[in-house]
Design a protein around this ligand. Structure first.
Ligand code: K1U
Ligand code: ZN
Length: 180
């Protein structure tokens, strides 16, 4: 297994639209295992393939504290959504350190395929409903900060770009064997 690189906002690759998975093979199983390891390591409660620069309709979620209930959703579709909405303070591994309220459907019913290509359905509410909708947005190329005001989004973008420059500088100095 391997820890994959998570793209950071505002990387333009986060806005690519993912294509359906058509081949259920060992490569897909390895990708799912690597994504799960990457999510647990981060740590996070969800990860979409788009975040690791794989533009296929695949996501992993485990909202348990015990980290023992991994669910893989391939080609997920929301087949029902409640009129009722809920606001939750969301985070994102592609926008580390930023949490803000997003309004989404309070309850949803999702149809997806598992890693073997077998269909299943899930009814979700609470954090699971939030997380599925957040991850499905990633597959459409949408990052949660796009629900925020242009002012907040631009502040976040500026902060992320500054942090990225700092990280690049640290990496340069480390490569030169210096302390920073
Ligand atoms: O980047 C991602 O898509 C993962 C994201 C999922 C998510 C969290 C909260 C609301 C909506 C979607 C995260 O996992 S951010 C990290 C996080 O929330 C967390 C990390 C460790 C323990 C518990 C939560
Ligand atoms: Zn995210």
């Amino acid at each position: 297994m391997a820890i994959l690189n998570i793209l950071r906002y505002p990387d333009p690759r986060l806005h690519k639209v993912a294509k359906p998975v058509t081949v259920f093979d060992e490569r897909l199983e390895k990708l799912v295992a690597d994504m799960a390891e990457t999510m647990y390591d981060a740590p996070g409660i969800g990860l979409a393939a788009s975040q690791v620069d794989v533009h296929e309709q695949l996501l992993v979620i485990d909202i348990t504290e015990t980290k023992d209930d991994l669910v893989t959703y391939i080609n997920p579709e929301i087949i029902w959504a409640s009129d009722e909405k809920q606001v939750y303070d969301e985070g994102c591994l592609s926008v580390p350190g930023v949490y803000d309220g997003v309004e989404r459907h309070a309850k949803i019913k999702v149809r997806a395929l598992d890693v073997k290509g077998q269909p299943f359905e899930v009814e979700a509410d609470g954090l699971l409903a939030v997380c599925i909708q957040h991850e499905m947005d990633h597959l459409l190329g949408k990052v949660f900060v796009e629900y925020l005001s242009p002012l907040k989004r631009n502040r976040i973008k500026t902060k992320m770009i500054k942090e990225e420059r700092g990280l690049e500088r640290e990496a340069q100095l480390r490569a030169q064997g210096r302390r920073y």
